[in-house]
Design a protein around this ligand. Structure first.
Ligand SMILES: Cc1ncc(COP(=O)(O)O)c(C=O)c1O
Length: 365
C-alpha cells in the first residue's frame, strides 16, 4: 500500500508571504468597458495592418528592443540611452522599485493613487509613506514635501492621478525633485494625452527625474503590454540591469512605430474623449452627483452609501464602472472611464436610470 505523502511546499521570502494581493476585477467584460481606463474603442488601423503582416518566421526570433527604443527616444526628443521600453508601466514600476528600494528606504506616495505602487513596494523591504489628500483630492504638495526624509528613496506621482484625475503642476514636480535630490522622482504620465502637460522635456536636465508613459490608454494597446521609462542615462543603466532584455515581445515592438506615426488617429481619439468628458460632467452635474475635476479619461463620482448597488445596476444596463470605495478617502466613490461621445450617451442613459432606481428604491436587492 502506498504511504500517504504530506505535501510540504517551500516557503517564499517573508516579504512575499506578507505581500499585498491584487486581483483586478476583470472577467465577463462583454459590455461597455468604463472600468479600467482603457481606450474603449480600438487602436490605430495602422497597428492592425502591422499585426496582420507578421509572419510565423518573425515569431521565431527573440525580440530586439534597441532599434525601437531609438525610434521612441527620437519621438520624445531624447537620447536612446535615456529610454527603456517595458512590459507596460506596471513592469516599469516593478523594475524601478527593485532597482532602488531596500531596507531603511521609504517610498513616498500621495494617496489615493494607482494601486500597483503599493503592491510592488510591498515586495521590497522599503517602508511605504502614504500622504492622504484632503477631501478635494487635490495633489497634496505641501504635505508631501514635508514628508520627505533622508530615507526617502522614491517619490511616485501619477500625473494625472488615478482615481481622482487631479494633477500636480510642473513647478510642484520640479520643486519636489529639488527637495529630495537623494531620491528618484517617478512621474507616471499614463494619462498624459488627455492632460496635455508633461515633464518629459526635463528628462536628463533634472538628475533624479524618471518619467513613465504607457501605450495602454490613449493608444489603445493595453493587450500588447507596452510602456516606457525615461530618465537620465546615468540612472537608466541601473534600471536596465534589472529589466529583462526580452520583456517587451516582438508583436508589441512591431506595433510601436505605426502607433507613434498615426498621430491623426491618436488626436481624434483624445478629442473624442475630451468632448465626451464634458458631456458626462454635465450629466453628473444635472443629476446632482458630486464629481472631482479630472484631466484624464475618467471621472470620480460620489455615489454615496449605495455605491456597490450602483455598480451592479450599471452592469445590468451593460455599463461596467469601477467601485473605488476601498481606496483611502474614497468611500462611496465610483470611477467611470470616458469613452467616445456615442458610448457616453449609453452611459448617461444608464446613469440616469440607475440613479432614479436607487433614489426610488425600485431596483433594490
Ligand atoms: C497611473 C497608472 N499608471 C500605470 C497604469 C498601468 O499601465 P500599463 O497598462 O502600461 O501597465 C495605470 C493603469 O490603470 C495607471 O492608472
Amino acid at each position: 500500500m502506498a504511504e500517504a505523502i504530506t505535501l510540504r511546499y517551500p516557503t517564499p521570502r517573508a516579504r512575499v508571504e506578507a505581500m499585498m494581493e491584487y486581483h483586478p476585477p476583470l472577467g465577463s467584460r462583454d459590455a461597455l468597458r468604463l472600468d479600467f481606463n482603457e481606450n474603449t474603442l480600438a487602436c490605430s488601423p495602422k497597428v492592425c495592418e502591422t499585426l496582420a503582416s507578421i509572419s510565423a518566421g518573425d515569431l521565431t526570433r527573440y525580440p530586439e528592443r534597441e532599434p525601437v527604443e531609438a525610434i521612441v527616444a527620437a519621438h520624445l526628443g531624447l537620447q536612446a540611452e535615456q529610454v527603456a521600453l517595458t512590459n507596460g508601466v506596471d513592469e516599469a514600476i516593478h523594475v524601478l522599485f527593485e532597482t532602488f528600494l531596500e531596507a531603511d528606504h521609504e517610498l513616498l506616495l500621495p494617496v489615493p493613487t494607482y494601486t500597483m505602487y503599493q503592491v510592488y513596494a510591498s515586495a521590497t523591504d522599503a517602508l511605504l509613506v502614504a500622504v492622504q489628500a484632503a477631501d478635494d483630492l487635490q495633489f497634496p504638495f505641501e504635505l508631501l514635501a514635508r514628508a520627505i526624509s533622508p530615507r526617502t528613496k522614491i517619490i511616485a506621482i501619477a500625473n494625472p492621478n488615478s482615481p481622482s484625475g487631479s494633477v500636480a503642476t510642473r513647478g510642484q514636480l520640479v520643486e519636489l525633485a529639488q527637495r529630495a535630490p537623494h531620491a528618484v522622482l517617478l512621474v507616471d504620465e499614463a494619462y498624459f494625452h488627455f492632460h496635455g502637460e508633461t515633464v518629459m522635456d526635463l528628462v536628463g536636465a533634472v538628475p533624479n527625474l524618471v518619467v513613465a508613459r504607457t501605450f495602454s490608454k490613449a493608444y489603445g494597446l493595453a493587450g500588447l503590454r507596452l510602456g516606457l521609462l525615461a530618465g537620465p542615462a546615468g540612472l537608466m543603466r541601473w534600471i536596465r540591469r534589472v529589466l529583462s532584455p526580452y520583456s517587451v515581445n516582438s508583436l508589441a515592438l512591431a506595433c510601436l512605430p505605426p502607433a507613434l506615426e498615426d498621430t491623426a488617429y491618436l488626436d481624434w481619439y483624445v478629442a473624442e474623449v475630451l468632448a465626451a468628458r464634458r458631456d458626462f460632467e454635465a450629466a453628473l452635474d444635472a443629476a446632482g452627483v458630486r464629481r472631482w475635476p479630472s484631466r484624464a479619461n475618467f471621472i470620480l463620482a460620489d455615489i454615496g452609501a449605495k455605491h456597490a448597488e450602483f455598480v451592479r445596476l450599471m452592469r445590468g444596463r451593460g455599463v461596467l464602472v469601477r467601485d473605488r470605495s476601498s481606496d483611502p478617502g474614497c468611500d462611496g466613490r465610483v470611477r467611470i472611464t470616458i469613452g467616445t461621445r456615442e458610448q457616453m450617451k449609453q452611459a448617461i442613459a444608464a446613469l440616469n436610470e440607475t440613479l432614479a432606481a436607487l433614489r426610488s428604491g425600485s431596483e433594490a436587492q
